[in-house]
Design a protein around this ligand. Sequence first.
Ligand code: NDP
Length: 348
Amino acid sequence: MEDVLTALENQQWRLARTPTGALPVADDFVWHETRMPEVQEGQVLGRTLYLSMDPYQWVRRRSGTEQPGEICHGRTVSQVVASRHREFAEGDYLFNTHGWQSHGLTGAGISNFGYMHPRKLDPQLAPLSTAIGIMGMLGLTAYAGLIVQCQPRPGETVVVSAASGGVGQVVGQLAKLRGCRVVGIAGPEEKCAFVREELGFTACVSHRDPDLPRALANACPDGCDIYFENVGGKVFEAVLPLLNKKARISLCGLISQYGNTDKSDPRIAWRARGERTFAARQVEAHDLFVGNYVDTYQQPFLEEMGAYVREQKVSYREHFWPGLAQAPQAFAAMLSGDNFGKTIVTLA
Ligand code: NDP
């Protein structure tokens, strides 16, 4: 097998330059073909099957954390094609972090950026793609922010923005399973209908509504006990007046601010805007960085979510883009809302 592999080219997207636009454009990326990497002792070579498109990748690229010339970072599901690792055999399926490339190495000396650890996947337990969605970092993000930080109680009202997206869908369903009243906020009516009808949220309002504050207030007659923040900007403005005394917030993301020309951390402005309300109403606002929850919570999360997936107590929607060549378009679509559900590039 290894002889065949060394004859193959590894296809990659690399960062061409540090992007300056509000959204990614084709010139930010460059296609690269190179020889297969050699598998060292303690490593496996995997063929990428699924590649995750996530907003944080944009933050890395715009901030210079990812440097021009580097393979674009991204979490993946892969199948082992050559192994020199005692725990992983040829044919095994793995969750790992290959980035935007057709093949990649996992194991000794390969960084996974301190997030979810590489692990073997059982395709009988859950569809493989869920390892980068509901059963992966997105699911863990929802679990950490909602369950660990905000500790929902039955009957409370939970509001979640970007409700139809990868993280938002999981937050709302976990809250519903804990007996909460769940109100989503999404863009187009098609997404709002999905959130209400397929995910079973109590209500979903559109952030495109010219009177969003009124629409949201109508959907939250008892105010908001927990806000799961994915968006910021005018959506946060609409939530602020509804926060109840001792409300909890998980500050997960601020996607409406990721294209700002001002490159300061948008969390600082967000906190400054909320400060008076938080103090007056004893609101707890928690910063969320999923990487901090991996060591303690990955296992309990996988057990709880694995049971929900097997028992079909949760639904999830994925938006597949076929072919590595489409990764830049898929990425831009995800950031601009032209996605519907968790955005995944398929290579199989
Ligand atoms: P999604 O699948 O939710 O895709 C992004 C969605 O954001 C779009 O579909 C769009 O939905 C919405 N959106 C984009 N721009 C705007 C805008 N200007 N105003 C309102 N809505 C907008 O992405 P993810 O689930 O992967 O990520 C959701 C959030 O979670 C992000 O903020 C991300 O940074 C954060 N995150 C944070 C982590 C952490 O550790 N703190 C880890 C993982 C994710 P619509 O069409 O409905 O507007």
